[in-house]
Design a protein around this ligand. Sequence first.
Ligand SMILES: Cc1cc2nc3c(=O)[nH]c(=O)nc-3n(C[C@H](O)[C@H](O)[C@H](O)COP(=O)(O)OP(=O)(O)OC[C@H]3O[C@@H](n4cnc5c(N)ncnc54)[C@H](O)[C@@H]3O)c2cc1C
Length: 504
Amino acid sequence: MSGTVIRRIVIVGGGTAGWMAAAALAALVKRPDLSIRLVESEEIGTVGVGEATIPHIRSFNQRLGLDEDVFMARTQATFKLGIEFRDWGRLGDSYIHPFGAYGRSIDRVGFHHHWLRLRRSGAAADIHDYSLPVVAARMGRFTRPETDPRSLLSTFSYAFQFDAGLYAAYLREYAEARGVVRTEGRVTEVEQHPDSGHIRAVTLDRGDRIEGDLFIDCSGFRGLLIEGALKAGYEDWTQWLPCDRAVAVPCDTVEASIPYTRATALEAGWSWRIPLQHRVGNGYVYSSAFLSDDQAVERLMGRLEGPARAEPRMLRFTTGRRRRQWLGNCVAIGLSSGFLEPLESTSIHLIQAAITNLVELFPDTGFDPADADEFNRVMDLEYDRIRDFLVLHYNATQRDDTPFWDHCRTMAVPDSLAEKMALFRERGVVARYRDGLFLEPSWLAVYFGQRMEPDAWDPLSDRAPDAALADTLETLRTSIQRAAAAMPSHEAFVRACCAAGGHA
Ligand SMILES: Cc1cc2nc3c(=O)[nH]c(=O)nc-3n(C[C@H](O)[C@H](O)[C@H](O)COP(=O)(O)OP(=O)(O)OC[C@H]3O[C@@H](n4cnc5c(N)ncnc54)[C@H](O)[C@@H]3O)c2cc1C
């Protein structure tokens, strides 16, 4: 330890990232001599979107000790078993990327190899019929998973669809109750140490000057500290992920809420549909090189299933990531660290990953560069791996009905993705890695869902006799059908355990 303990943390920004960071730091690193201050500007506001999550958020909430039913009631949340992708491989296609497995290994050979083999002889059903979360989602059913690994009900996980503004407000209450001090105001000046370049203080429009040891930049796309002051630099990934705009609008709910998000491929991007308890969130993520803003608004409004609840909100972004997310005594968390479009609902996860890494590598005032290097290495991997997975959705398509899809189908992909796709095409192998999101079932969902076919399967699958294998798969398929049909409807489950207004 080359410095002294950190006594003053200053968080700039009070969106989802700012309040998640404040709540977690208050719960996990707070000491009596540590002050945490959060500065935010109501006049600037937050990005105001971000409703779908992945299962990791549950461990974040658990670490904070939040009661799940109360959290859901407070944020108008619904459960999420996966994402339905419509029209991605070809117009008319639909598949669900589930939070869960496909079948189970047989004789230590991955399920999908057996499935590939049987399917050639016409003895296997659709691969999605062997996934409990897919079948339950399609039936509109939900129950919480079981922990006994022998139970079929242990083969899936779940996440939430919620109002991110209400989540931030809920975490604000939590953080303030643990001593975080919020200051309203707009940061107009960032003062740096003349030698080290470290941030020394921020000044607000009303003249207050706030000093700190560690600064957390949660100021959103503008990256007020990390870019505005420290010039960390930005890696632009538009050549692989061409969408650069979105229009978002909530509408009334007109049907029972379903336990999954929907992402429909449109002519120049894709639209999301996220059902919450009190409304449905909708948006169109598109490429301005292929569609005008007016066309995007018209298309989105024409797709709404119920009356709009607000004016459409326009957003612009550049997909990519900051070259350094931790620089000196400043750590960028949230949109200030980079942006990957919400196709797989990963932004809130990236906030959580950054917070977890910061807590693990929590520095002292010496700010050993080794901590920052390790943080940046892990966060870069997180970003790179999500990027590759997202690019796969665009590139693995047979659509040729618009110039946008012609571009996506024929574009060069990152080498790291090209290698993964080649490996899968050769013999159905899914590349494994240690750090970062998306395990084998996720890659399989998109590969098979978007019609990528391997040339062969693992030859070890050939040891199992055809008839016995066919029986095993059929028993599994029918057990999954029965287990899903026995679950309550998603709507009834939410009403019973976590309806908004039902918890104090
Ligand atoms: C179209 C779209 C859809 C998305 N959908 C999803 C999704 O489904 N799931 C998901 O996980 N994520 C999603 N995201 C990402 C998600 O919205 C963000 O990750 C999340 O909201 C965090 O934002 P933030 O807190 O980093 O930034 P913001 O919400 O922009 O907050 C920035 C904060 O900084 C403050 N600030 C800025 N400048 C100053 C200043 N000068 N002085 C004082 N305060 C200042 C602002 O007032 C605000 O409080 C989506 C993003 C977009 C663009």
